[in-house]
Design a protein around this ligand. Sequence first.
Ligand SMILES: CC(C)(COP(=O)(O)OP(=O)(O)OC[C@H]1O[C@@H](n2cnc3c(N)ncnc32)[C@H](O)[C@@H]1OP(=O)(O)O)[C@@H](O)C(=O)NCCC(=O)NCCS
Length: 332
Amino acid sequence: MKRPVAYLAGTGRGIPTKVMTNHDFAAIGIETDHDWIVERTGIVQRHIGRDDETTTSMAATAARAAMQRAGVTAGEIDAIVLSTATPDRLLPATAVDLQAELGATRAAAFDISAACTGWIYGMTVAEGLMASGVIETALVVSAEKMSAIVDWKDRSTCVLFGDGAGATVLKRAKKERDTHGILSAYMRSDGTLAELLWRPSGGAKVPYSQAVLDDRSTYVKMAGREVFKHAVRSMAEACDRALDAARLTGSDIDILIPHQANVRIIEATAKHANISMDKVYVNVDRYGNTSSASIPIALDEAIERGRVREGTTALFVAFGAGFTWGSMVARF
Ligand SMILES: CC(C)(COP(=O)(O)OP(=O)(O)OC[C@H]1O[C@@H](n2cnc3c(N)ncnc32)[C@H](O)[C@@H]1OP(=O)(O)O)[C@@H](O)C(=O)NCCC(=O)NCCS
């Protein structure tokens, strides 16, 4: 396939207004401290959705902003690809709720379940639909209400996550601008490691296993240290693969926009890719880990702040539950 097939025409984000700082955990009985969280993760605060701020409503806010930036109406969207680990309900997909909300009457709509790597997976799937000639315009949305699935009694996980949504409009590349768009993409997974970061129950396999079913088994469980090691290794590998496929090196990259899980993982990834930290977009301090929404939220901010402009070459890289990991190089 000759790339680019697709280019990023617009971005948007939908962020709940309520902010929870590291100091606010004491009020809900969590024994932690600001310095511990900052030192281990870089996180200072996160946004937490109210009851009426759902995965769909955050997705809709992000989608409308992205469509406006791209100059695309709801009727022009051929496919809505929505990544989430927190669907509003298990059936049908959250993507169809978004389709109805936007009035995108011509759009196919489906969810992608790839945890924190969901935006990379979603973008790659949408690009593939364009390459096969099935669609011309896609709305790729990543929306996560992590506050609904974290265990608010487990300090080793609840301090890490936040809520939010990011959206990207993807359009078929124009011939006259054919150096702009997605230049490479890479996706991998390893399901043998699934239980290092997971929600034991909540699916159709009931009873799952008496050994794991306890009163909090619907919440996220994580082996933090193991996840950390795999994240560093996999994100490094993913950077290499996307750069190689685009025939670029770290020095050709103007901005690295990694999944925002932890500033130490981000620093290790940048170091491996030979990209200095002044070229890395970091906002984990303000949002925490918003799972698959973290890259499109960061991209939208980077565009707004002028750090991504016409001609910018960006490297995106993510890692998440599954494990899944992946990367993408795009020129704007
Ligand atoms: C979660 C993470 C911050 C924990 O840091 P760590 O250095 O590995 O810490 P540990 O889990 O080994 O715990 C060390 C101590 O801190 C304590 N601790 C855990 N959470 C704490 C918190 N929020 N506040 C204060 N202390 C805490 C532990 O109880 C433990 O205490 P002990 O030594 O008395 O038993 C770190 O492992 C990490 O960032 N992992 C990657 C997670 C991630 O990004 N996941 C998403 C990937 S998409």
